[in-house]
Design a protein around this ligand. Sequence first.
Ligand SMILES: [Fe+2]
Length: 197
Amino acid sequence: MTFTLPDLPYAYDALLPHMSKETLEYHHDKHHKAYVDTGNKLLAGTDLEGKSVEEVVKAAFGKNQPLFNNAGQHYNHLHFWQWMKPNGGGAVPGALEKKIIADLGSVDKFKEDFIQAGVGQFGSGWAWLAVKNGKLEIMKTPNGENPLVHGAKPILGVDVWEHSYYIDYRNRRADYLKAFIDNLVNWEHVEKLFNEA
Ligand SMILES: [Fe+2]
C-alpha cells in the first residue's frame, strides 16, 4: 500500500469563519500532498512498502528520519481533517466526558490544558488528547511526531505548524486553538477513536 491523499470530508469553505478556504487549499492541497508524495518516494523499495501508515510511522521512528517525518505527517493530517467539521465544538459525548472528568479534572480544565499544550509547543508540532495505559493524557510533540511512537493512541490532535493558522490568525496561535476547540472539533470522530482505543 502506498500513501494516498484523501479528499477533505467537507467543502473548502465549510469551516468559515474559523478556518478559511485559502488555509485549507494550501494546507490540504500543498502541504498534505507533499507529505504523501515525498513519503511514497521514500517508501519505494523499502521493506515497509505495503505496511499500514501506522506501522510505517512506528517502524521508521528513530531509524529513518525523512520517511518518519513524512509518514508521521500523513497520519496526523489524515485524522486532522476528520477531527474538524462545520459547526463543530459543543458538548463532549457522555462516556468520553466522564473519562475526561475522571482523568483530567473537568472538561474546562481539559480545554485549557489542551490549548496550553498547543501554545507551549515551541516551533512546529501538535497538541494531543491520547489514551495511554487506559488513561487520557494531554501531550504535545514536535514536527511530525505523534503519540503512536510514545505508546499511546491519539484520539484528538491539533496542528500547530504555522501553515495551519498563519493566514487566518497570523501569530495568534492561542486564538486559533480556542476556535478549534470551541467551534471546529468533530466530537463524533473523537468518540469513535476513544471507543476503539
Ligand atoms: Fe499541517
